[in-house]
Design a protein around this ligand. Structure first.
Ligand SMILES: [Zn+2]
Length: 99
């Protein structure tokens, strides 16, 4: 008697969840990609920094104050870093096709 093939759930990026044969993945894909993890941490740090600065800006505006030009520049730099970190993360995931 042939055993039932073991299936595993694959959640595709932008694709429907599918069931595929549970043959082992290629060795480099079995483990979580360390570079993807690193890029995600960088992106998270950038996003947190940006949110903190924007929170300070919002608090200043609520009390009728304004922010200095240097503070506005810090927000601009943080926003640019966040966009770049997002781009680097997604470019890696697309090119490396990693998990
Ligand atoms: Zn990767």
């Amino acid at each position: 008697m042939t055993p039932e093939p073991r299936l595993r759930v694959v959640r595709g990026r932008g694709r429907a969840t599918t069931l595929v044969d549970s043959a082992p993945l290629r060795p480099e894909r079995r483990e979580q990609c360390q570079e993807r993890e690193r890029l995600l941490r960088v992106w998270t740090d950038c996003s947190n920094r940006l949110m903190t600065l924007q929170g300070e800006e919002f608090a200043a505006m609520r009390t009728g104050g304004s922010i200095s030009a240097s503070f506005a520049e810090r927000i601009r730099v943080a926003r640019a870093a966040d966009v770049e970190a997002c781009r680097a993360y997604h470019q890696h995931v697309i090119e490396h096709d990693c998990v």
